[in-house]
Design a binder for this molecule. Structure first.
Ligand code: HPA
Length: 270
């Protein structure tokens, strides 16, 4: 594992000679933030040793290097989902490579179903905690002390200063922002009404098929994290309607400019 991470890091450094300060993982329909990055290098996933290849619609597979709001960033355009059949080690591999490339902050976005009745479709929710509901844990198996401890503390996965800053930025710009708990499930089905109710009962405000593996692994490696969901559909009883992946992408794209602005200003402030 460590050998693979180092090999991938060495390849990337040799190709790009770039030291990113911030790592970014872009979710469904949210690739537009990538357009704000002043690109210096691009690597196709297929050319990077040990990198999985993204298969899902709406995710193009490229690693981008450039500047965003004056900061050096590396962005994963197209993430790896557990439901695609990747192992948890594959899903989280890029985050480990990011760490070895030297990132000091991880930013993650996703599309999610909203179960908090105060949320509206199109809202932006800052993730302040999560519930891991995947059937497999990304840190299961041999622990590498070079990466982090065997039993990681999870009392504060999502950085409070970043959350505070995001709310300040949103207030200045008149952008409505929610915050809440994200439940990560394996998918690929969206939830039945009974499942939304069940996951809400567990204490979650939003549910989606990503993010928790990556943020868990990043936190294991002590990387401060900022994560944000776009509420693309409702899991509130009485408001649940039929949804498609395409609709999820469309709603995410509509909410994207405000999310992009918040992330950009947050990156500027780092
Ligand atoms: N459930 C799970 N994943 C999702 C949803 C949802 O309702 N919306 C977008 N991704």
């Amino acid at each position: 594992m460590l050998g693979k991470i180092k090999q991938t890091k060495d390849y990337i450094q040799q190709k790009t000679n770039f030291d990113p300060e911030v790592g970014i993982i872009l979710g469904t329909g949210l690739g537009g933030l990538a357009d704000e990055i002043k690109i210096e290098h691009e690597l196709e996933y297929s050319e990077i040793p040990n990198f999985p290849i993204s298969t899902v619609e709406g995710h193009s597979g490229k690693l981008l290097f450039g500047t965003l709001a004056g900061k050096k960033v590396v962005a994963l355009k197209g993430r790896f989902h557990y439901y695609e059949g990747y192992s948890m080690q594959e899903v989280t591999f890029p985050v480990r490579v990011f760490k070895f490339l030297g990132i000091k902050t991880l930013i993650v976005s996703n599309a999610a179903g909203g179960m908090n009745p105060d949320f509206k479709v199109g809202d932006i929710m800052i993730i302040n905690d999560h519930i891991h509901l995947f059937p497999e844990h990304p840190l299961r198996g041999k622990n590498y002390p070079e990466l982090g401890p065997r039993f990681p503390d999870m009392s504060a996965v999502y950085n409070q200063n970043y959350i505070k800053k995001a709310f300040e930025i949103a207030k200045e710009r008149g952008i409505k922002l929610q915050q809440g708990i994200y439940a990560g499930i394996q998918g690929p089905t969206f939830e039945t009404p009974a499942e939304y109710k069940y996951i809400r009962t567990l204490g979650a405000d939003a549910v989606g098929m990503s993010t928790v593996p990556e943020t868990t692994v990043a936190h294991h490696m002590s990387i401060p994290i900022f994560a944000v969901s776009i509420i693309t559909d409702s899991g509130v009883p009485g408001e649940i309607v039929e949804i498609t992946h395409k609709e999820v992408q469309e709603v995410a794209q509509k909410a994207e400019p405000n999310m992009t602005l918040i992330i950009k200003e947050l990156v500027r402030s780092l």
